[in-house]
Design a protein around this ligand. Structure first.
Ligand code: VGL
Ligand code: ZN
Length: 204
């Protein structure tokens, strides 16, 4: 069984938002059209408390896109974004949420970031998504959303690690591209066995 996984399609990742992904809003109509093809639709929502440790503002003398060492490894620091309950954390107003069956929130623990829909950035703390998908008999994921080189990439890599078949829908993702991270993300996703497809040629 297939599922459509829509990653972090939120205002702060769209033009005008706090951590805008270039053309981030352009994935919305593509994702809305794709929904018709799926019986199972799952969204993720980046959902940080104020003062989250992934925010540069939480680290004296640091700027957005600097890095720091956290207990789980190197962390890129971001502008404050997707603060719980804020307009920036809300889904893009045009995103069709009606068919969504599950919204998985992540990044809500103050001292650990969470890019992937499956694991937090320590690569150990689980969100529960793998169990949810397995219990429902879902084996194949079509992954869309923002940002291709962070939350989409880590979701794809962890989905492969968890044994799911993965298709990344190329025209339904956009990236931030911090220091060449976008090209590197495509390389890593392909190397992990994810297949790249486009919304017009899903074959389902
Ligand atoms: C994301 C950076 C920080 C993402 C979330 O959704 O890709 N990137 N938080
Ligand atoms: Zn975040």
């Amino acid at each position: 069984m297939n599922a459509l996984l829509v990653v972090d399609t939120q205002n702060d990742f769209c033009p005008g938002g706090a951590l805008a992904v270039p053309e981030g809003d352009q994935v919305v109509p593509v994702i809305n059209r794709l929904m018709d093809k799926f019986d199972n639709i799952i969204n993720t929502q980046d959902w940080h408390p104020a003062g989250h440790h992934s925010f540069a503002s939480s680290h004296e003398g640091k700027d957005p896109f600097d890095t720091v060492e956290m207990h789980y490894g190197t962390q890129v620091l971001w502008p404050d974004h997707c603060v719980q309950g804020s307009e920036g954390a809300a889904f893009h107003p045009d995103l069709d949420l009606q068919p969504s069956q599950m919204i998985i929130r992540k990044g809500f623990r103050k001292n650990i970031d969470s890019y992937s829909a499956f694991y937090e950035n320590d690569h150990q703390t689980v969100t529960g998504l793998a169990g949810y998908l397995r219990e429902r008999g879902i084996e194949t994921l079509y992954i869309t959303g923002l940002a291709a080189d962070f939350c989409v990439k880590w979701t794809v890599l962890d989905a492969r690690k968890e044994g799911f078949q993965v298709y990344v829908v190329e025209d339904a993702v956009r990236g931030l591209d911090v220091d060449g991270s976008l090209a590197e993300a495509w390389r890593e996703m392909k190397e992990a066995g994810a297949k790249i497809t486009s919304s017009g040629s899903l074959g389902i």
